[in-house]
Design a protein. Structure first.
Length: 491
């Protein structure tokens, strides 16, 4: 007897409430084993792969790519044994979401699930994902060009992407990968095949239904499928478009240029906000609106630090960055001025005994702040190793929720971009963040002499509800002392 199992949105971390499905790694009909990675889900900060808790056959995909589902909602159905569509439909209708986020929310015998009387009312579930065969085939010219190339079995691609590529005679070497870790995704193949139009037309430019210039039949004009669809949506005749694509074909970019020329208005694209970008927007808006920010800045001479760093890296063989020194110095300054290592609440000010420092890391599509725990007891080489590991895994999307939550103080460094000074927005619920600019050679006065020195400006953004100006100034003076005399932080 067949048994059906529900694949639901898992709960990764206490704060997770929902996730966006970014890619299915398997297709309906695929055999799966326990632990197989089935679907990529983007939460507020990371993309993780949901693994299968059961072996069987994927018989239905319920959650569509691009759809945001609450924790515990149904994503797909797995069967152990033979089943039929009626039993699957009844199982989905009877499904009750599990708010706890169990990856295997419930299972039932297919025969029992097929009984209509046993199926209680349940929230509506999203429609099944359309199969690749339902999409229009690419134009012959495109198929010919895309099919050429060496054996693509070694190309890193998802199972769904490989199936679509095979159906449309596309060699995966000809598809630009945008998936995680350089993997070809379903969307990449769809874009190459012209199945999906990724750009949206300028609504003003598309508002007119009047023909643009030529009215001759353009069905024989060589063009990519995406370009043809876009031209149709913009009401542009391909005879009026100058081709610059391969083999004299009209490309999507050619149509966009023609749209600008025809309307005189700039063409634009719309990109759906990712879960990360939504979270960044919400949290920074809340921080800026709810926290009375003020900023204090100081210039720090770092020539001694650079000499110490050169000795430790060159002679001792370490790999320590200037930012690692800043992290260590910040923890030392927080130990001297613990009034900055705090959080404000409506009822009290929380003061922390150890410095858990969040470091801002730029990742594709946004920013994430992994946390180095208890920095005060760590050596510089330990900090360097930990910061490299966290930054690498942040950029690959493999951090756990606990690794970017719960910091007590933040550091944002734009010095590598040559920035002279900038102000950072406080990372809620913390009360302070340090902005690090570039170290640049400047003339400075030492006694009665003007000398050249490498000067780095740092700015502290503080929550005035918890940290007074004099406290912030004392913290920066302490930080300056440690960075200008780096040996003092090693004691």
């Amino acid at each position: 007897m067949s048994k059906l199992h529900a694949l639901t949105v898992p709960k990764w971390g206490m704060s997770m409430e929902e996730g966006e499905i970014t890619e299915w790694r398997v297709a309906v009909g695929d055999k799966i084993a326990v632990g197989d990675e089935l679907v990529d889900i983007e939460t507020s900060k990371i993309v993780n792969a949901a693994e299968s808790p059961v072996a069987g056959t994927l018989v239905r995909i319920v959650g569509e790519v691009g759809q945001t589902l609450q924790v515990g909602m149904l994503m797909g159905v797995v069967a152990t044994g033979d089943t039929d569509e009626a039993a699957i439909d009844a199982f989905i209708a009877a499904f009750v979401p599990d708010a706890a986020g169990s990856a295997l929310a419930q299972g039932s015998n297919a025969s029992a699930a097929a009984k209509p009387a046993a199926a209680p009312e349940a929230p509506a579930q999203p429609a099944p994902v359309a199969t690749p065969s339902a999409a229009p085939a690419a134009a012959p010219a495109a198929a010919s060009a895309l099919s050429e190339g060496p054996d693509d079995s070694v190309v890193n691609a998802s199972a769904v992407a490989r199936r679509i590529a095979k159906a449309h005679n596309i060699n995966l070497h000809n598809v630009a990968p945008t998936g995680r870790n350089g993997r070809v995704s379903k969307r990449d193949v769809e874009q190459a095949a012209g199945i999906r139009v990724l750009a949206k037309a300028n609504p003003v430019a598309a508002a007119s239904n009047e023909p643009q210039h030529s009215t001759a039949d353009d069905s024989q004009v060589p063009s990519t499928p995406v370009a043809r669809r876009l031209a149709r949506s913009l009401n542009i005749n391909l005879n009026d478009v100058k081709p610059t694509g391969r083999r004299g074909r009209v490309s999507k970019e050619d149509v966009e240029k023609a749209a600008v020329n025809a309307t005189g208005m700039a063409y634009y694209r719309e990109e759906k906000l990712s879960g990360m970008r939504k979270t960044i927007a919400a949290r920074l808006s809340e921080s800026k609106q709810s926290i009375p920010h003020y900023r204090v800045s100081v210039d720090i001479e770092i020539d001694s630090l650079l000499q110490q760093r050169a000795y430790m890296n060159g002679t001792l063989g370490h790999k320590i960055s200037v930012n690692d020194f800043v992290i260590k110095a910040s923890a030392s300054a927080l130990a001297q001025v613990p009034e900055v290592n705090v959080q404000y609440t409506q009822d009290c000010i929380r003061q922390f005994d150890q410095a858990d420092i969040s470091m801002a890391v730029a990742v594709k599509g946004g920013l994430i702040t992994p946390v180095i725990r208890n920095v005060g007891v760590m050596s510089l080489p330990q900090i360097a190793e930990e910061s490299r590991d966290l930054a690498t895994r942040a950029q690959s999307g493999s951090l756990t929720v606990d690794e970017f939550s719960g910091g007590t103080f933040s550091i944002s460094n734009l010095g590598m971009f040559g920035v002279d000074q900038f102000d950072a927005i406080i990372n809620l619920p913390q009360a302070a963040i340090l902005a690090i600019a570039a170290g640049v050679k400047k003339p400075v006065v030492h006694g009665d002499t003007i000398v050249a020195a490498t000067v780095m400006r740092v700015s502290l953004s503080a929550d005035h509800r918890a940290i007074d100006g004099a406290v912030a100034a004392r913290f920066l003076q302490s930080l300056k002392g440690f960075l200008e005399n780096p040996a003092s932080m090693l004691l």
